[in-house]
Design a protein around this ligand. Structure first.
Ligand code: GDP
Ligand code: MG
Length: 162
């Protein structure tokens, strides 16, 4: 069985866009509004000669429990299936209460985590990534999943964690 890298985070932070970058093709569903990706979709991926499974998470129909509970629920399942976790945060927004909730789950699981500070589209916004040190998950990797900026370094870090 291939090692499993789970991509977790709030809706709309750019998880599916990042998964498409990892796959080098347009397959994971990207939408301006959350709620499109099915709960979990597995893809076969390769980076630097290593083969692995990447899990995209989504499927956030807001129910009575609310979005934060749905995110936590989905993150918990994906984390349990993973050998390493790629935690995606929107660096333009900064850490939210929902992100903090996922951080707690990540701590509890004790699996290796690579922190992706997404939507750092240019050098001007590098400091948005620096702010994410406050999550206590180590180095935030500045990335623009949309433009491909920083994704190579992120994947190198993910391969070390896997
Ligand atoms: P998901 O819900 O976490 O899977 O997020 P998506 O991948 O569907 O992306 C949500 C929205 O954020 C889409 O409009 C994307 O085009 C946009 N997005 C994703 N990555 C980036 C990025 O690096 N920079 C910017 N500016 N927008 C991004
Ligand atoms: Mg998605």
């Amino acid at each position: 069985p291939l090692p499993v890298l789970a991509v977790v985070g709030r809706p709309n932070v750019g998880k599916s866009t990042l998964v498409n970058r990892i796959l080098g093709r347009r397959e994971a569903v990207v939408e301006d509004k959350p709620g499109v990706t099915r709960d979990r979709v597995n893809y076969r991926a390769e980076w630097a000669g290593r083969h692995f499974t990447v899990i995209d998470t989504g499927g956030w129909e807001v129910d009575a429990k609310g979005i934060a509970a749905r995110v936590a629920e989905q993150a918990e399942i994906a984390i349990s299936l993973a050998d390493a976790v790629l935690f995606v945060v929107d660096a333009q927004v900064g850490p939210t209460a929902t992100d903090e909730r996922v951080v707690k789950l990540l701590r509890k699981a004790g699996k290796p985590v690579v922190l992706c500070a997404n939507k750092v589209d240019g050098p001007r916004t590098e400091s948005d990534a620096t702010d994410l040190w406050s999550l206590g998950l180590g180095e935030p990797h500045p990335v623009s999943a949309l433009h491909g900026r920083g994704t190579g370094d992120l994947l190198d870090a993910a391969m070390k964690a896997l």
